[in-house]
Design a protein around this ligand. Structure first.
Ligand code: SPV
Ligand code: MG
Length: 291
């Protein structure tokens, strides 16, 4: 079985901060690994976008799971699986977490929004939160089905996203830690790191913090490390945005030029895709097995 949770736990236990990059399919996950990140974020936002859908609980649990399992099959980095709300109530969480661990995830992140959720960074989004006790039940459900003690259960509070303020964010984070969460993800869509830095300075819990600094890119890795409480920094959507940038540019050029005569300089050669597909192995296997 794929056992990578230990790697993440080791980085964090040694006072380090794991850098985890988003992916939406096995190929993007492979590129995350090759680039040198510490883990793969199986992002609900990216997987939804790759299916041409909004990140509003339209992608089913089994679709997310299959996608993550396919990533796990092609990579060896720890995968932090974004399981949104857990796809239902605490009873649904029992099955969800069991399945994601069995499929090779190193960690799951479960958020305190109501199902169906609405993506966090959208302006004016409907951001309804569960009562604290109900979400504690979901964390306890997740913990109850964990098989490998190294597997991380990360509780995500959307209190700041929902405009409930730092006091409630801290109250929720403390309650989720008390329910047994290994780490707390605190999300913000403020354009500067102030809100997050203030929360982190006020955080008095033992659990390490996870952040997703998409909206506040001034939060460099060095700045995050200097806060000394962050265990994982997730780059939330840069794989799908990079893919869209690349495709839009090349497709427009082909339409403009009426052909592919000018695009080769901007895209990898076919041989690079062969390398990623391990065509050298295919050739060796042909020699070995085809008679
Ligand atoms: C995701 O990548 O799916 C996340 C991060 O949950 S965000 O989209 O910023 O909410
Ligand atoms: Mg998500």
């Amino acid at each position: 079985m794929r056992k990578t949770s230990k790697n993440l736990r080791e980085i964090i236990a040694n006072g380090g901060m794991a850098r985890v990059m988003a992916a939406h399919d096995p190929l993007s996950a492979m590129l995350v690994e090759e680039a040198g990140f510490d883990g793969i974020w199986a992002s609900g936002f990216e997987i939804s976008a790759a299916m041409g859908l909004a990140d509003i609980s339209l992608v089913s649990m089994t679709e997310h799971l299959t996608n993550m399992r396919n990533m796990a099959a092609r990579t060896s980095l720890p995968i932090v699986a974004d399981i949104d709300t857990g796809y239902g109530n605490a009873i649904n969480v029992l099955y969800t977490v069991e399945q994601f661990e069995a499929a090779g995830a190193a960690a799951v992140v479960i958020e305190d929004k109501m199902f169906p959720k609405v993506t966090s960074l959208i302006d004016g989004g409907r951001q309804d939160l569960l009562p604290i006790a109900e979400f504690q039940g979901k964390i306890e459900a997740a913990l109850s089905v964990r098989k490998d003690p190294e597997f991380l259960i990360i509780a995500r509070t959307e209190a700041l996203i929902a405009g409930r303020g730092e006091r409630e964010a801290l109250e929720r984070a403390r309650a989720y830690q008390a329910a047994g969460a290994d780490m707390i993800l605190i999300h913000s869509k403020q354009k500067t790191p102030d809100e997050i830095e203030s929360f982190i300075k006020a955080w008095d819990g033992k659990a390490k913090i996870v952040i997703v600094p998409t909206a506040y890119p001034q939060m460099t890795e060095a700045r995050a490390r200097s806060l000394e409480k962050i265990g994982i920094l997730i780059y939330g959507n840069h794989a799908v945005r990079a893919a869209v940038t690349g495709m839009q540019k090349v497709f427009a050029q082909i339409i403009t030029d009426g052909g592919i005569q000018n695009v080769n300089a901007d895209i990898v050669p076919v041989s690079e895709i062969f390398r990623l597909q391990k065509m050298d192995e295919v050739k060796q296997n042909e020699k070995r097995f085809l008679r």
